[in-house]
Design a protein around this ligand. Sequence first.
Ligand SMILES: Cc1cc2nc3c(=O)[nH]c(=O)nc-3n(C[C@H](O)[C@H](O)[C@H](O)COP(=O)(O)O)c2cc1C
Length: 299
Amino acid sequence: MENYNRLSDANIITAKYMDSILIESRYIDSVKANTETELFGDKFSMPVMTPAFSHLGNYNGREKTGLEEYSEAAKELNILNFCGMMENDLFKKIADTGAKTVRIVKPYADNGKVKDQMQYAESVGAFGIGMDIDHIFGENGYDVVMGEDMTFQTEDMLRSYVELTKLPFIVKGVLSVADAKKCAEIGAKAIIISHHHGRVPYAVPPMMVLPEIKDVLEGTGVKIIVDCGIASGADVFKAIALGADAAAVGRSMLPSLESEGKDGVKKFITGVGNELRYIMSSTGFETVSDIDSSVLYEL
Ligand SMILES: Cc1cc2nc3c(=O)[nH]c(=O)nc-3n(C[C@H](O)[C@H](O)[C@H](O)COP(=O)(O)O)c2cc1C
């Protein structure tokens, strides 16, 4: 229909929602903050993570793939690293960078492949494993990604992955209280609240659903990570203030990765961390675990 221009892009809706959250300041008695963070028993320099990306080529003819380059940056920054769909040989290269890496495996129709990729990840030193449950369906039924069929995932299937590994199991693509409760029931150690850069039209912004999910997970020990549209320290701060333990940047780091590889990602994420520390200091929160929503306003 001509001039029928409804907004359905969840990326735009999410950005607008995040921009509607405002921050007050509290200077008196405040000191310079510290962004160090503990997750799954390990210490990281900040609650900022790399995204679970896949299919990045070799930028500007450089020898290593973008995936290896950003993993090296994660190692040097001491932040938690993520990666997405790939075969075992590429995962090995990522593991060999020494970055603490969570491998997000696809919900392949071939369940043997799911289990093989998870076990392989553990055998070569992955920090954690997980699955992006928001890549199950496509408009024609079950999704097909790079020629590979995906399929449904039941609670029992997810529980079998938890039981398969000693590593933390992380469910990516949770965007409801209903799924969050099931993740706690199957023994997931963390969830990533995400709409996977807007796979579903009108997907609710992760930060909008976050407080309800935080409430329902209270006391379960399940950690909460947020992604989608995270591009600054202010975005990370808002996510944590609303109840997240950490946030992952996404396509926001791609220009730096493409132009300058590892060093570009290091510069970009250091900037995100510096802005986070600046906002923490300016709001009176000395440590990440101190941050709460009492400093937030909505437009
Ligand atoms: C090039 C590219 C590849 C991606 N591959 C995967 C993947 O294999 N597995 C996965 O869970 N998410 C994948 N994602 C989604 C990201 O992990 C993340 O959820 C999303 O990019 C967040 O939104 P943002 O880019 O707007 O921040 C991919 C995203 C991009 C841009």
